[in-house]
Design a protein around this ligand. Structure first.
Ligand code: ZN
Length: 166
């Protein structure tokens, strides 16, 4: 069976970026499980997988725009601590996340991550850590099957490495 719209795909992947640093891998754990054609994985990887069969093993490099997006300089912010509500300030520490408006696009909400507190300034960024980076995926297709009616209704794959309901 080939990977096509609404097939459930199981794959192992290793992700590296241009400087050779490995940033993510499924090796050693469950393969990634996803429902193809529903935008569950980044667009460039989904496109590269279309039409592949079980056992296929390949490497693909995906431009930042088809990955986690381009780096938006205006989303790297230094915000005075005092502009956060008093009851939230104690939550601001490295790695903390909060939603806020996009600086120039009123209708966009951005998820910001705090990188550092420097004096009375909160240094944070709304860029994904992999934004602006070209991504190289080494991929091995482990299994391909038709989605179940429940998976189609939910819009995601069920099982180890996929979606779990509690
Ligand atoms: Zn579900």
């Amino acid at each position: 069976m080939r990977i096509a719209q609404d097939t459930v795909v199981s794959l192992h992947y290793t992700l590296t970026i241009a400087d050779g640093r490995q940033v993510d891998s499924s090796q050693g754990g469950d393969p990634l499980l996803y429902l193809h054609g529903r935008g569950q994985i980044i667009p460039g990887l989904e496109n590269a997988l279309a039409g592949k069969e079980v056992g296929a093993s390949f490497t693909t490099t995906i431009a930042a725009a088809e990955g986690y997006g381009v780096h938006e300089t205006e989303l790297d912010l230094s915000i005075p601590l005092e502009s956060f509500p008093a009851e939230q300030r104690h939550l601001l520490r490295q790695g903390a996340r909060f939603e806020g408006p996009h600086p120039s696009q009123e209708d966009r909400t951005v998820l910001y991550t705090v990188h550092e507190i420097e004096g009375d300034q909160v240094l944070c960024s709304g860029n994904h850590e992999l934004a602006g980076k070209d991504l190289t995926f080494a991929v091995e297709v482990v299994a391909v099957r038709a989605a179940t009616p429940t998976e189609l209704a939910h819009g995601h794959a069920h099982g180890p490495g996929g979606h779990h309901h509690h």
